[in-house]
Design a binder for this molecule. Structure first.
Ligand code: ADP
Length: 477
């Protein structure tokens, strides 16, 4: 992991990119100037090569080698232009027709024509401390072959190129130093809001989750970051409040049976009681203890579900078969509450991904509720059907129903409607929360609906793993 701060890394990237850009630009400009200067020199050399060829062609007829040499001495400047004398010419026997002083003094060997290629060879050379651009070639004139070397002094050009190189090397470190300082300053400026945000987030603790970050209206990444952090704080705040509420509710619900147990025991111990009185007290205590253990069991179920969300091992199961085997127990429960029970199932298997015992628990919760909140005479009905990719289980009853504005809230932990409290059904207010968590673990949904007349429908929808039923093929139980 890099230990450098974003600020340093940004600056380094910026300076690096600038160095590469500047280097590339300087190298390209230098190369372009170098090329154009040498192209101009080469063009001059080409012209003079042609001049030399014409000069030899004019002088050749009727002149001996000696005479041609003299002509070179006398008319070279006229033939090739003023200020131009760097030339070396020899014939195929190696006789030097003309040789500039510079070449002679430096001992440059004559260009023997037979050893030269037909195409002119351009090169740079340093001769007697002078910088030259040379062309060497052979010329065939009137059936005779000559070797020619022409050169131009390029000291001035090299001087000009040097003066171009100098500032680049000198200025580059200065420009880069300014770029580094500027980049560091700009990135510090750009990252300052992030520092401010970090400071503000550090101030937020579990006790001050209501605090929010100031959102800059810049429409950029920083605004998005502040909004994202704020929405995360919203979720954390809501979760913390929910946990707090849950703990308070759980303590409150546990306090009632504990108080009742304590009071019963203390009253019984105040004086000597008859055997029947002791039996009654112990029965009361056992009932309260049972209620307490049910509550603790429910709390544990929810705590585990919260912890292992999504960890339930799901396998393909036939929902119709599952409900068919669970129905007799539900029917018995309904009858014990003085209610009728009916079941409608598809004729064919309906495969969903699920956990058999957990889905049985779901059906028990919904049926127990239907029993608790349906005064006899009444009816409970399980109905299963499928549509497209979902399997639906309806648990209907003809009971007290749930007011529309309470239908969403009854799935909250410890939430009980006033009508339910009035019935004192002995519920803990956690049954539907557990049902909701079971359905969520099965990637499904659960809603409460009205039936139009009396009663309610709890509709569980689960995704189908494989569809093997005729949509209308239902078989009554
Ligand atoms: P409880 O232990 O109170 O039954 P639940 O979580 O199972 O807790 O249900 C929450 C509330 O939803 C109940 O208190 C009741 O008000 C309402 N409720 C649940 N099932 C039914 C039903 N079949 N008919 C009417 N109200 C219901």
């Amino acid at each position: 992991m890099s230990r450098l701060s974003i600020r340093t890394r940004l600056t380094a990237w910026y300076a690096g990119a600038l160095a590469v850009g500047l280097g590339g630009l300087a190298a390209t400009s230098y190369w372009a100037v170098h090329r154009s200067l040498h192209a101009a020199v080469d063009a001059g050399l080409r012209g003079r090569l042609e001049g030399t060829r014409q000069f030899i062609a004019q002088q050749l007829p009727g002149h001996s080698v000696r005479q041609i040499t003299d002509e070179f001495q006398d008319h070279l400047v006229l033939a090739l232009g003023p200020g131009f004398s760097l030339i070396q010419v020899c014939d195929s026997t190696g006789t030097v027709l003309y040789q500039a002083d510079l070449f002679r003094e430096a001992g440059v060997p004559p260009p023997l024509p037979d050893a030269l290629p037909a195409m002119p060879q351009y090169e740079e050379a340093r001769v007697a401390g002078r910088q030259l651009r040379m062309v060497t070639t052979r010329l065939d004139v009137e059936g005779r072959r000559f070797g020619v070397r022409l050169a131009t002094l390029t000291d001035d050009i090299e001087l000009a190129l040097d003066s171009l190189r100098g500032p680049v090397f000198l200025l580059a470190p200065i420009v880069l130093a300014f770029a580094w300082i500027g980049g560091y300053w700009i990135s510090a400026l750009a990252l300052r809001p992030v520092d401010t945000m970090t400071g503000a987030v550090q101030q937020i603790t579990s006790r001050s989750l209501a605090q929010r970050l100031a959102v800059p209206s810049t429409g950029d990444e920083l605004q998005r970051l502040a909004e994202t952090l704020n929405s995360m704080l919203d979720r954390l705040d809501a979760a913390f409040r929910q946990i707090g509420r849950f703990t308070a509710d759980a303590s409150h619900e546990l306090r009632t049976p504990v108080t009742l147990i304590r009071t019963s025991a203390e009253l019984a111990l105040r004086k000597t009681r008859t055997l029947d009185e002791y039996r009654q007290t112990l029965t009361d205590i056992a009932l309260d203890a049972e209620r307490m253990s049910m509550l603790v069991e429910d709390l544990l179920t929810l705590a585990r579900a919260d912890q292992d969300m999504g960890a339930l091992p799901l396998a393909p199961i036939d929902l119709s078969a599952l409900l068919r085997t669970t129905a007799p127990e539900a029917e018995q429960r309904a009858h014990s509450c003085g209610l009728e029970f009916s079941l409608c199932l598809p004729a064919m298997p309906l495969i969903v991904f699920g956990d058999t015992s957990v889905l049985q628990r779901l059906m028990t919760i919904l049926t127990d509720n239907a029993c608790k909140y349906t005064p006899p005479p009444g009816r409970i009905e399980w109905c299963v059907y499928s549509s497209d990719d979902t399997a639906t289980i309806d648990v209907r009853d003809t009971g007290i129903g749930v007011a529309p504005d309470e239908r969403a809230r009854i799935f909250e932990r410890f939430y009980r409607t006033d009508a339910a409290r009035a019935r004192d059904s002995g519920g803990t207010g956690l049954g539907l929360s557990i049902a909701h968590s079971i359905v969520t673990q099965h990637r499904g949904s659960i809603v409460a609906e009205g039936t139009g007349a009396r009663g309610s429908v709890f509709r569980v929808t689960l995704p189908v793993a494989a569809r093997r039923i005729h949509p209308l093929g239902v078989s009554p139980a």
